[in-house]
Design a protein around this ligand. Structure first.
Ligand SMILES: *[C@@H]1O[C@H](CO)[C@@H](O)[C@H](O)[C@H]1NC(C)=O
Length: 233
């Protein structure tokens, strides 16, 4: 009994500590249509409204368990593969300084978190969890996917490859434009990662790529997973 009371006091204390951001905006499976330049003035979410890594991870976990099968990309991720994705994201985030939530959002955007996602080729080969720029990490048709390949996929997409930019480089470029790595810089970095170019006044300009990309990533960072997209750039 006494033990239970101590546990509930600890649980209550952590709820109180988390309260201010929770009351502002809660990470939730909701899709908002964001237009314009990526700034909070234009209505895009500030990074204080992003979910915590654990919240976003837990929201995406049920998808990662089924996304290979859902998409016809082979056997679903095993618990070991999923655990290796999380370790790789945390390790590469620590090595590069790129926010681990941003890496997770791009993984979900590019591959739905399926380690066996196919390689695409639109002039440049884009393999792996982050569909990197001619990277070497891939597990197409490979089961189980070894942890070193999972790490390489996250490394290629985040730290970049000899052939092209990763999130670290696109974020640095966008931060240069905004005068710091504010939330808008993350959304513009997502646009750069997808298109190789950015129209800073309109992140919905996809050039020849995905118009809703930056909008999707902003929504993923606030907890969007399966709700219907409301994007109309
Ligand atoms: C992609 O990488 C391979 C080496 O892995 C290299 O031979 C090739 O030239 C690269 N392609 C581009 C477009 O950079």
């Amino acid at each position: 009994m006494a033990k239970n009371i101590i546990l509930s006091i600890a649980a209550f204390a952590s709820l109180v500590a988390a309260a201010p951001t929770r009351l502002q905006q809660r990470a939730a499976d909701v899709y908002n249509n964001y237009r314009g330049d990526g700034t909070t003035n234009a209505g895009w979410p500030d990074s204080s409204a992003w979910g915590s890594f654990d919240e976003l991870w837990n929201a995406n976990l049920p998808l990662m368990r089924q996304s290979c099968g859902w998409n016809g990309w082979g056997a679903d991720n095993s618990d070991q593969e999923i655990s290796d994705i999380q370790s790789a994201i945390k390790q590469v985030s620590a090595n590069t300084g790129v926010d681990n939530r941003f890496i997770l959002a791009i993984v979900m955007q590019e591959s739905k978190g399926c380690v066996r996602v196919p390689t695409t080729n639109n002039g440049v080969v884009n393999p792996g969890l982050m569909q990197s720029h001619n990277g070497s990490g891939s597990c197409v048709g490979v089961n189980p996917c070894p942890s070193n390949q999972i790490f390489q996929m996250i490394q290629d997409g985040t730290a970049g490859t000899p052939a092209g930019d990763g999130l670290q480089q696109t974020l640095a470029q966008a931060a240069g434009h905004y005068g710091g790595a504010n939330s808008a810089a993350y959304y513009a970095a997502a646009r750069l990662y997808n298109s190789g170019s950015v129209d800073y006044s309109n992140l919905g300009n996809g050039f020849t790529s995905v118009a809703c990309y930056a909008d999707d990533v902003a929504n993923r960072l606030t907890g969007w997973t399966l709700a219907a997209s409301q994007c109309s750039p």
